[in-house]
Design a protein around this ligand. Structure first.
Ligand SMILES: [Zn+2]
Length: 120
């Protein structure tokens, strides 16, 4: 039988064939680290979404505005991140970062809007 190594410290693992860690300490260290990675990942995405929202809100103080893509990019806006999408019957796609939304209109221009209430 092949020798198994602890997934955390690399020591040889004794005992049941499906054991992956040499000790309880190594098992919990491994899982804690995994959780930390997931938490960091989620936190990073939340930060991007919040920053996107802040950028949109900052460029749209009156509830409606027209902004060029370059300006959004200059501020660090990340188009790949949004919280929800709203597609009108006419097929226009609004994307939102929480309450702040945008709709591409023409040649890199966007109309910014604010959603007053949460809609599924
Ligand atoms: Zn170990």
């Amino acid at each position: 039988m092949a020798k198994r190594k602890c997934q955390e410290c690399g020591e040889e693992v004794m005992g049941r064939y499906d054991k992956r860690f040499c000790s309880d300490q190594c098992r919990s260290a491994h899982h804690n680290r995994r959780n930390q990675d997931v938490n960091n990942f989620i936190r990073n995405i939340n930060n991007i979404l919040r920053k996107n929202r802040r950028i949109l809100a900052g460029l749209n103080p009156d509830g409606k505005a027209r902004v060029h893509r370059d300006k959004l990019l200059d501020h660090g806006f990340k188009f790949g991140y949004f919280t929800n999408e709203y597609i009108t019957k006419a097929g226009r796609v609004y994307r939102f970062c929480y309450d702040q939304g945008y709709l591409e209109t023409d040649n890199g221009w966007y109309t910014l809007v604010v959603r007053q209430a949460y809609v599924e």
